[in-house]
Design a protein around this ligand. Structure first.
Ligand SMILES: NC(=O)c1ccc[n+]([C@@H]2O[C@H](COP(=O)([O-])OP(=O)(O)OC[C@H]3O[C@@H](n4cnc5c(N)ncnc54)[C@H](O)[C@@H]3O)[C@@H](O)[C@H]2O)c1
Length: 387
């Protein structure tokens, strides 16, 4: 396969993980990309990424360094991997697609449904691949869980409890602000969980009833002493009931403003038993299979071709897998496992929580996906000129 000329846009935290993933693929003989350019509004970050890439891409030139996307788009680049903060996703992605580049974009697809729709339309207009970076579902543990569920080991899924409760009062950069991040952890981490609900249940969600709250309006440089404060405007608690097809109900809680004793519990109950994300499979008759055992069984049972497709060159790093999957879509015409549509659905599930809370009523996923219900999102759309 001829290497794809790839550029990286946004060279912060997650971009470092992408560079490491590309290096791991490269070192294991999987070389679908040649990284030809990097771009960040902070030149030094782009320069650092270029230097790191040059270390493993030994026989190729060091990637060109840009601070301006338009200049990057004028260069000889076929695909762009977008790793910027959320509010830049739609502006960069639509420009890349309009310039005829294939796009791999970090989650969430966009900051609002309308912005997400713009990106999807741009991909269709340009006839280019759009893939969303969704790494969680690709871990061997999630793959093994998925196989056990598809085999019917817990029977018919009924109720899914996903609770993460604790306290986090430290500042977190742009993630503390609605216009930059779209929302707090309910979207940032939550979009991974939404994707997992969709992936593991294998059905569609149709209705969400939720409340979101901002209990603690400040975050601190020093949370213990409550010093060095700034005011934030994203939620620090969300509680939702999500109705999926086949009468499955997901109860999802996240709270970052719960002092004292926190807790985490993630369990899917079915008609014959349950899958606990920590301790594994438990059946009514007392059978217990540890999660590690499920993973071992899964990995050992994989046919060679499937193993190579999912874990190319034996690489189990989920970000390496998603990038390799994107490369196959660009060169071979396959559909990425998490394409724009799948990313859009996970985004809708998260934003439905905020719209339900905003309007004080259950909302359907249909009205959210059709951009008919935009109370919470209206301010972001207006501020970012998304029409
Ligand atoms: N998949 C995962 O597990 C995972 C983990 C962390 C972050 N992320 C996602 O990665 C994305 C980035 O998060 P991060 O933690 O790396 O943020 P970050 O703040 O560390 O990095 C963002 C970078 O984008 C640059 N940037 C901003 N505007 C730009 C523009 N217009 N053009 C080019 N560069 C620009 C910034 O200068 C910064 O270097 C987000 O979408 C986030 O949700 C995903």
């Amino acid at each position: 396969m001829k290497p794809i000329k790839l550029a990286l846009a946004g060279c912060g935290g997650i971009a470092g993980a992408h560079v490491n993933a590309l290096a791991e693929l490269w070192e294991n003989g999987i070389r679908p990309f040649r990284i030809v350019a990097v771009c960040d509004v902070v030149k030094e970050r782009a320069g650092d990424a270029a230097a790191q890439i040059a270390q493993f891409q030994k026989n190729n030139k060091k990637p060109a360094v840009f601070t301006d996307l338009d200049k990057l788009l004028a260069a000889d680049v076929e695909a762009v991997d977008i790793c910027t903060l959320h509010s830049e996703h739609h502006t960069l992605a639509t420009r890349c697609l309009a310039a005829g580049k294939h796009v791999h974009i970090e989650k969430p697809l966009a900051i609002t449904m309308r912005a997400g729709r713009q990106i999807m339309d741009a991909a269709v207009d340009a006839q280019r691949v759009l893939a969303v970076g969704e790494n969680y579902r690709r871990s061997p543990a999630e793959r093994a869980t998925n196989q056990a569920l598809r085999q019917g080991r817990i029977g018919r899924p009924r109720t899914f409890y996903w609770h993460d409760v604790g306290e986090a009062m430290g500042k977190w950069g742009w993630r503390n602000f609605k216009r930059a991040a779209g929302a707090g952890w309910t979207l940032d981490g939550g979009v991974h969980f939404a994707d997992l609900f969709l992936y593991q249940l294998g059905t569609r969600a149709h209705q969400v009833t939720a409340l979101t709250r901002l209990y603690e309006p400040y975050r601190y440089d020093d949370p213990a002493r409550r010093q060095g404060a700034w005011q934030v405007d994203v939620e620090d608690a969300a509680m939702a009931l999500i109705q999926f097809d086949d009468e499955v109900v997901v109860q999802w809680t996240w709270q970052g403003s719960a002092p004292g004793q926190g807790f985490n519990k993630r369990v899917l109950y079915g008609s014959e038993g349950c899958m606990d994300w920590e301790s594994g499979l438990w059946l009514r008759d007392g059978t217990h299979v540890e999660r590690e055992t499920l993973v071992e069984e899964y990995m050992q049972g994989l046919a060679a071709a499937e193993k190579e497709r999912l874990f190319p060159g034996g690489v189990t790093n989920p970000i390496a897998q998603e990038l390799n999957d994107f490369a196959a879509a660009v060169r071979l015409g396959t559909v990425p496992e998490v394409d724009g549509e799948m990313g859009f659905r996970a985004l809708a599930l998260c934003l439905a929580l905020f719209e339900s809370s905003w309007f004080g009523r259950p909302v359907s996923l249909q009205e959210i996906e059709r951009c008919e219900t935009e109370g919470y999102q209206a301010e972001i759309n207006r501020a970012l000129g998304i029409v």
